[in-house]
Design a protein around this ligand. Structure first.
Ligand code: OFO
Length: 172
């Protein structure tokens, strides 16, 4: 049975993961509007990944005999200055999520909840990838600068991303 403190903290994290999904779907809509369909595709897949992150927590709580209480989803930004601006926000947001996961792990240690701590290892690894993906694209966008051709090339590359459920991949 999952303890109340951990249950509440995971409910908050489910909300943060679904908010992340909503944020990236909003970015996808922004890129569609800018005719950058590859970037829009990348963000749509990011949205799908975030839903899997939320669902992994959701299923964990129920497998431990708990009961999830879903919270309201706050509004997200809908406009960005340019792709670099959107990826700066993506990286900043992923850093916040990493700190939320670390806080959850700290709570699991305090509560001596080893099952939850073990489950969180997957998220700790996943956040390394989340930050590194955003960091890489941001660095490339900085190199591209105002070069429209460079941006279109990047757009074509990001169009190739396909969805692979990350929760089905064992931790490295
Ligand atoms: Fe769920 O990792 Fe991004 O936010």
């Amino acid at each position: 049975m999952i303890n109340k403190k951990i249950q509440n903290a995971i409910d908050e994290q489910i909300n943060a993961e679904i908010w992340s999904a909503y944020l990236y779907l909003s970015m996808s809509a922004y890129f569609e509007k800018e005719n950058l369909r590859g970037f829009a595709n990348w963000m749509k897949i990011q949205y799908q990944e975030e839903i899997t992150h939320a669902m992994k927590f959701f299923d964990y709580v129920h497998s431990m005999g708990g009961h999830v209480s879903l919270k309201p989803i706050a509004a997200v930004q809908t406009e960005w200055k340019n792709p670099t601006d959107a990826f700066k926000d993506t990286l900043a947001h992923e850093k916040v999520v990493t700190s939320l996961i670390n806080n959850l792990a700290n709570l699991a240690v305090e509560e001596k909840d080893h099952a939850t701590l073990n489950m969180l290892q997957w998220y700790i690894n996943e956040q390394i990838e989340e930050e590194s993906n955003a960091e890489q694209i941001l660095a490339e966008l900085k190199l591209i600068g105002d070069n429209g051709y460079g941006l279109l090339m990047k757009d074509k590359e990001l169009a190739l991303r396909v969805f692979v459920d990350p929760t089905k991949t064992p931790i490295a």
